[in-house]
Design a protein around this ligand. Structure first.
Ligand code: ZN
Length: 376
């Protein structure tokens, strides 16, 4: 349990550090910025009716300011094999509860592994060879944690952002559900940030969280994404619903709104305010929970929880597995297939209630039987 193991001593140290000053924690925990950034961006900020787009090309910042189009603005890449992006007007808050659809593809925990993400999505024709949406009227769910660890976070966000628009135009949908790493970066916990991005932030003259502030296009989009997403009888979320957190799952729209309102507030504020503390509790919150896998709940308890919520299944990321795996009699589906390692990854398919997994070679096989006791 890497996250928790790291978190526990920090929590114990916190009173000491608050006396000594938080910079001590930062100095010890956060990586040194990379020496060199070959290509990164765009980081796009809204300035009234204009957009300021910035790229980093071989350690040099390039800025372009354009008038924001009423229906969108296209920005061509400036260097590397960067993407052309289409910036839309500000996003509106996502809906928490949606009707059932015939076909859903899901994955999670990309953690900056954009190349692997693209290979996986192409292998199953979710996107075409030009990385355009190819799933028609079907649905893709990404259950959190694009930020941290890997070196292609920017690319992954823009891909998902663009696919969401393309899917909508095709009668399908892309849903991005927030993970704990989205909340961590936004509240300035940078312990897992790839050193490349600390250098990008230096060059751009903003802190890394400020590159995703409310005035940034992706930052604003993140502030409208859900934590809980129910599609038919399936609930998607990053960590899981703990019995202690049941009230949060009973009103998903209110829970999503509470998360969205708290994104970007300082870590100490969200953890100490009784109104937001349950959203950020490292043991029981929907973005951190691991109780389906660490022995805290048995199958009868899981079934009772799902029955209470009138759910057929809960699909979660966050706790890394070698494969997309079924736990507790197919009631809990774990979809963090360890993409973060940059070597392999899998998709979950839900087709008229039938579950299968998609492998990197494009083949489809039954879900793996879950093995409890594995952790991140
Ligand atoms: Zn996570």
């Amino acid at each position: 349990m890497l996250h928790r193991a790291l978190f526990r001593p920090i929590r114990l140290l916190l009173p000491v550090l608050l006396v000594c000053g938080a910079p001590l924690l930062q100095a010890r925990e956060v990586a040194t910025p990379a020496e060199h950034v070959e290509a990164d961006g765009p980081y796009v900020f809204r300035e009234g009716t204009r957009l300021r787009a910035q790229w980093i090309c071989r350690d040099k910042v390039t800025t372009r300011t354009v008038r924001a189009g009423r229906t969108g603005t296209r920005l061509a890449p400036r260097c590397g094999d960067g993407q052309r992006v289409h910036v839309l007007p500000p996003a509106t808050p996502a809906i928490a509860v949606l009707p059932a659809v015939p076909r859903i593809v899901a994955l999670s925990d990309i953690h900056g592994q954009y190349d692997l993400l693209v290979r996986l999505l192409r292998a199953h024709h979710v996107i075409d060879a030009r990385n355009r949406w190819a799933l028609g009227a079907d649905t893709l769910v990404v259950a959190g944690d694009v930020f941290d660890r890997g070196p292609q976070v920017t690319e992954a966000f823009w891909l998902l952002y663009g696919l969401q628009e393309q899917a909508g135009a095709a009668g399908g949908a892309v849903h991005f559900v927030l993970g704990n790493h989205e909340t961590m970066v936004l509240y300035d916990d940078l312990r897992y940030v790839n050193p490349k991005y600390l250098r990008s932030a230096q060059l751009l003259g903003r802190s890394y969280p400020q590159l995703y502030a409310a005035d940034s296009v992706i930052g604003q989009w993140l502030r409208t994404r859900p934590v809980l997403l129910r599609i038919g009888d399936t609930l998607f979320l990053h960590g899981g619903i703990a019995p202690e957190a049941l009230p949060l799952a009973l009103d998903p729209a209110a829970t999503n709104a509470a998360y969205q309102a708290s994104l970007g507030l300082p870590k100490a504020t969200v953890k100490n305010d009784p109104a937001t503390a349950p959203l950020y509790d490292g043991r029981t919150s929907p973005i951190w929970y691991r109780g389906y896998f660490d022995g805290r709940l048995d199958t009868a308890q899981v079934q009772a929880l799902l029955q209470h919520l009138q759910l057929e299944r809960i699909v979660v990321g966050h706790t890394s597995m070698p494969h997309v795996s079924a736990f507790h009699g197919d009631r809990i589906i774990a979809i963090d297939s360890s993409i973060k390692n940059g070597e392999n990854g899998e998709l979950l398919f839900i087709e008229n209630g039938q579950l299968s997994r998609g492998l990197l070679d494009g083949s489809r096989v039954p879900l793996a039987e879950g093995v409890t006791g594995l952790d991140d």
